[in-house]
Write a protein that binds this ligand. Structure first.
Ligand SMILES: [Zn+2]
Length: 154
């Protein structure tokens, strides 16, 4: 198995996810990094699970606290809150590539090889190309209920 395609930061963030979802995200990241290899670009998992409280802080940005709006989701309204979503950052020689839509479209192409996953770039509002999540057949309300009842998410 090629493990070097998963850097430490990515592995640490993948380990914040629900155990059943971790391996498919590892396999996805390996496929994504193989795809970017000739361009010398590294795909890194820059975010995994966020608690409801962490999500509320993000939601406050640009609203009740300083900064630009970064999310439309309050605590309990993001797939990151359920341990089934990641955000990918693309880096070239260590430099973060934050405004390269064509490169981020590659994420969607690789996601399509994994039927368990769905891509935030396919959404209309907000379109979220760095975002990849595990497909569940639950509504967000059902996921919140599962959390409240300490039931399994996937
Ligand atoms: Zn995300």
């Amino acid at each position: 198995m090629i493990t070097s395609l998963i850097d430490q930061r990515s592995e640490k963030n993948i380990q914040t996810l629900v155990p059943e979802a971790q391996q498919v995200f590892r396999d996805f990241l390996i496929a994504l990094n193989e795809n970017f290899m000739t361009l010398e670009i590294n795909a890194v998992v820059i975010c995994g699970t966020r608690t409801y409280a962490e999500q509320d802080v993000l939601y406050a940005k640009g609203r009740t606290i300083k900064g630009k709006i970064v999310t439309n989701a309050r605590g309990g309204y993001s797939y990151h809150n359920f341990g089934i979503a990641i955000d990918i950052g693309l880096f070239k020689y260590g430099k973060y590539l934050d405004d390269h839509p064509k490169l981020y479209e590659q994420i969607g192409i690789i996601v399509r090889k994994f039927p368990e996953l769905e891509w935030g770039g396919d959404w209309k509002s907000p379109c979220d190309p760095p975002h990849v999540q595990y497909r569940t057949f639950c509504t967000m309300a059902e996921l919140r209920e599962r959390v409240a009842k300490k039931q399994e998410i996937v």
